[in-house]
Design a protein around this ligand. Sequence first.
Ligand code: 48N
Length: 322
Amino acid sequence: MAPAQTLTDKFFEKDSGKQLKPNKANAYEDSVAENYNGKYRFAPIQEAEVSRAMIKRYFKTLYDRVISDVVIIGAGSSGLTCASQLASTRPDLKITIIEANVAPGGGAWLGGQLMTAMVIRKPAHQLLQEIGVPFEDEGAYVVVKHAALFTSTLLSRVLAMPNVVMMNATAVEDLIIVEDYAGQQRVAGVVTNWTLVALSHDTQSCMDPNTITCPVIVSATGHDGPMGAFTAKRLVSAGLLKELGNMRGLDMNRSEPTMVNNTREVAPGLIMAGMELSEHDGSNRMGPSFGGMIGSGIKAAHEALRVLESVNVVEGKVVSSV
Ligand code: 48N
């Protein structure tokens, strides 16, 4: 006599043992119970199914994004603002964010000196209105009650956009730099590795990286942290920048407009935004005021579109100017 059908058999169609296919019929409803009186039941699962669900999706994404339209290095406030602006303006673009930390968000989870409130000077507060972050209006500036409220709202908005992929715990450890159609050195993509690998190069023999080819890179790697100002430093060592400008002392009134107005393409194919630009240019820091990050991120999105519209691209590579 055939053994009684188990919940698992019921929930999955056995396919001659080769691969279990989830049968999303009514078995789900029959097998679960959201019962908090000691009878809570989940739908049955196979461990292999969980692994396959992750592996299939992650590596399909990785395979698909080795050619992207825009790569944004750094998911801090300026990188995320750039992604939000770019992805909503151009939902056709394949935008890939590479973030070294496991936790994206950079320095925008707290205000200044580990205090929670976040100050954003007008007119940068308009982004808060656009994405639905409540704030207290103090006239010349606004205050978000917790910096994490801004960052988590912006992050969830960006991650929900179908054309945005974020690979966190992944570091950009070099740039692809080629001679382009005009004979100039052009940044043409990024070189990546798992961050834990990138940080362990001194302890293991060479653990080679991966690549992502794209016509436009926005670098927003900040000014501190284990890899702060990564791209600016790499431009110096690669001979595309004579020397680092090094961030100057704090001056809120001078630094924030300078940062927004100077956000630009610092090398062919490479736009720099946020505090990394202060290190590149040698401009002032602003301390715990985040309007400059927002403005710089939005300007970087405009710059990325300007560059994309000025070149012809084949398979992620710039082949000529328009
Ligand atoms: O938040 P950050 O550090 O950078 P920004 O420019 O988005 O925002 C800066 C802002 O938080 C301030 O510093 C404030 C306004 N203070 C100013 C002041 O005067 O002190 O985000 C950069 C992100 C981080 O999440 C890093 O983990 C990431 O970039 N990152 C990288 N990701 C991938 N590959 C790398 N090589 C890399 N380097 C940094």
